[in-house]
Write a protein that binds this ligand. Structure first.
Ligand SMILES: N[C@@H](CCC(=O)N[C@@H](CS)C(=O)NCC(=O)O)C(=O)O
Length: 221
């Protein structure tokens, strides 16, 4: 049996959750209350000493790090495939995954902090973040071209990893209007059951923001 330890609002765990659903696997979901500090409980630290979700447990195997979990699932449950076969398509999928992780997520930092209400973010920081985000978006738009998905006709890990971030852009005051390919592609993904099932509700988002702000205030003393 597969168990995914997650938090509904986390993009790191949502990418695994979507992959499990797209592969049609059956699994249990265990919610970890991060602002409540459940990730520091000894039982959780025994699975992940870095106190992060997601953690996937599959019979006797425990896997941490969302990208490692995606690769594990692909190798263990290859059908339907979420990785293409051709060299060019694999390169595109991996580039998109790594640019999301190493460039886009960093660039989105100040905008996310502002959205979450985590401290002051200056207008200069926001402007710089928007310029950096634009570099990633131009790259993605050119890689997608007029394809249905980043791997052509087939949904891939690239679509999952980026496609759970772009639906947040409106909330972060980053409209996708200048990127019509990405806008249409995002709308198409959001119609999929895996996206609908895993979309955090406004209530979950507000509750998470409130608990996280409370925790930060306590830490500041
Ligand atoms: N590189 C990790 C990052 C995981 C991560 O940062 N998880 C956050 C939630 S989005 C977390 O568990 N934070 C709680 C903590 O660090 O105590 C992955 O991709 O799985």
């Amino acid at each position: 049996m597969i168990t995914l330890y997650h938090t509904p609002i986390s993009l790191n765990s949502r990418r695994v959750w979507v992959a499990l659903l797209e592969k049609g696997l059956s699994f249990d979901l265990v919610e970890v209350n991060l602002p409540g500090g459940e990730q520091y409980q000894p039982e959780f630290l025994a699975m992940n000493p870095f106190h992060h979700i997601p953690v996937l447990v599959d019979d006797g195997t425990t896997v941490i790090e969302s990208f490692a979990i995606l690769d594990y699932l692909e190798a263990k449950y290859p059908t339907p495939a979420l990785l293409p076969k051709g060299a060019d398509a694999i390169a595109t999928v991996r580039m998109v995954q790594m640019v999301v992780l190493n460039e886009l997520t960093t660039a989105l930092g100040p905008l996310t902090r502002q959205f979450m209400g985590f401290g002051e973010v200056s207008p200069e920081e926001i402007d710089k973040a928007k310029q950096q985000v634009a570099v990633s978006l131009k790259f993605f738009e050119s890689k997608l071209g007029d394809q249905t998905f980043f791997g052509g006709k087939q949904l891939t890990l690239a679509d999952i990893v980026l496609g759970i971030v772009t639906p947040w852009f409106n909330e972060l005051s980053l409209p996708l209007a200048d990127y019509p390919g990405l806008q249409t592609w995002t709308a198409r993904l959001m119609e999929r059951p895996a996206w609908k099932t895993t979309q955090a509700t406004p209530e979950q988002i507000e509750a998470f923001k409130a608990r996280a702000r409370e925790m930060m205030a306590k830490r500041r003393g």
